[in-house]
Design a protein around this ligand. Structure first.
Ligand code: PXL
Length: 293
C-alpha cells in the first residue's frame, strides 16, 4: 500500500490580517490542530481586519496570485480541499475560479465561504460588484457557508430579523440552485426564539435538512465565521458526517465566544482562540443536531 499523503491537504485562499484573529490567523491554527496541512494563498495582507478598525493598511496581492498558482502547478501539487473566504476584489473571485479549475476534481472538496458581511451590513471593502462575483464563485463550490446576511445578499433578498421554517428551507434550496450540493447557513435567527441562533444545512444528494441550535450569545467577534468554516472543513476531512461536522463547528465557536466573554478586551480583537484550540482534539462524545421536518 502507498500512502497518498500523510495528512489531508488544503489550499486556503484568504487574506492575512496581522491583528484581530480573522481569516488565515484563525484558519491555519484550527486546521493544523485538526491534523490538516494548510497551504495558504494569501489574497491580501492587512495590518488588521476591517471589522472595528479604521485606517488599516490593505495590500492587494491579486497581481501576485497567478505566478504563485503557476508555481504550484509546475510542482504538480494536489489538494484534498480548496477553501476560500475573504477576497479582496471581484477579480480575485475569478482567480479562485481558475484555481478550482486547475486543482479541483472529483476527489477535491471545494468550499467557498462567501465572506461579505454580517448583521445585515456589508463589510467596508465589499461593493455590490463583489456580491455578483461571489454569486458566480459559489456556483463552482461543493459546499458554501454563508451567514444569514450573506445568504440574503446571494439571493437578492432583504435582510430581515427572522425567517419561518418553510422560508429557511426555501433559502437553502435556492442557494443550492446556484450550484453547490451542500449549503450551510450560519447565524440564523430562530422564529419566536430570541434566545437561540441556528446553523441550518441542506444536502442535495439525500435531500436532508439539518439544524443545530445554540444559545444566542449577545456578542459579536470578527472571525467567528472563519473559525466555524475551518472546523467544518477539518472535521469533514477527518471523515465526519455533515451533521457531526456542523455540531463540532457550532460547539467550537460557542466555546470560543464563552471563553472570550469575560475578558475586558474589545470584541475587535477576536475570540481567544489560543485558549480553546485544544478542545478540537477531544473525541466526539455528544451531539445536538436535528433533522428539520
Ligand atoms: O472573518 C472575516 C474577515 C476576513 N478578512 C477580513 C475581514 C473580515 C471581517 O471583518 O475584515 C480582512
Amino acid at each position: 500500500m502507498t500512502i497518498r499523503r500523510p495528512v489531508p491537504r488544503v489550499a486556503a485562499v484568504h487574506d492575512l490580517s496581522g491583528f484581530g484573529r480573522t481569516s488565515l490567523t484563525a484558519i491555519m491554527p484550527i486546521l493544523s490542530t485538526l491534523g490538516v496541512q494548510v497551504c495558504p494563498l494569501p489574497t491580501a495582507i492587512l495590518s488588521t481586519h476591517t471589522g472595528g478598525f479604521s485606517d488599516y493598511h490593505f495590500v492587494d496581492l491579486s497581481a501576485e496570485l497567478p505566478a504563485m498558482l503557476s508555481h504550484w502547478k509546475s510542482l504538480g501539487l494536489e489538494f484534498d480541499a480548496i477553501y476560500s473566504g475573504f477576497l479582496g476584489s471581484a477579480a480575485q473571485c475569478k482567480m479562485v475560479s481558475h484555481l478550482i479549475r486547475d486543482f479541483g476534481g472529483e476527489q477535491v472538496l471545494v468550499v467557498v465561504d462567501p465572506v461579505m458581511g454580517d448583521g445585515g451590513q456589508r463589510y467596508a471593502t465589499m461593493g455590490p460588484e463583489m456580491v455578483e462575483a461571489m454569486r458566480e464563485l459559489v456556483a463552482e463550490a461543493d459546499l458554501i457557508t454563508p451567514n444569514f446576511t450573506e445568504a440574503a445578499l446571494l439571493l437578492g433578498e432583504e435582510y430581515r430579523h427572522e425567517l419561518e421554517p418553510a422560508q429557511v428551507k426555501d433559502w437553502l434550496l435556492r442557494l443550492g440552485e446556484l450550484g453547490p450540493r451542500t449549503v450551510v447557513i450560519t447565524s440564523m435567527p430562530v422564529a419566536g426564539r430570541a434566545d437561540l441562533s441556528s446553523v441550518v444545512a441542506h444536502e442535495r444528494e439525500d435531500d436532508r435538512f439539518w439544524r443545530v441550535d445554540c444559545t444566542y450569545l449577545p456578542a459579536s467577534y470578527p472571525g467567528t465565521g472563519d473559525c466555524f468554516a475551518s472546523v467544518l472543513v477539518g472535521s469533514l476531512l477527518q471523515g465526519d458526517s455533515l451533521p457531526i461536522a456542523l455540531d463540532r463547528a457550532v460547539q467550537f465557536v460557542s466555546t470560543a465566544i464563552r471563553a472570550s466573554f469575560g475578558y475586558p478586551n474589545p470584541a475587535r480583537e477576536g475570540v481567544v482562540l489560543e485558549r480553546v484550540l485544544d478542545t478540537l482534539r477531544a473525541p466526539v462524545t455528544g451531539s445536538s443536531f436535528s433533522i428539520m421536518d
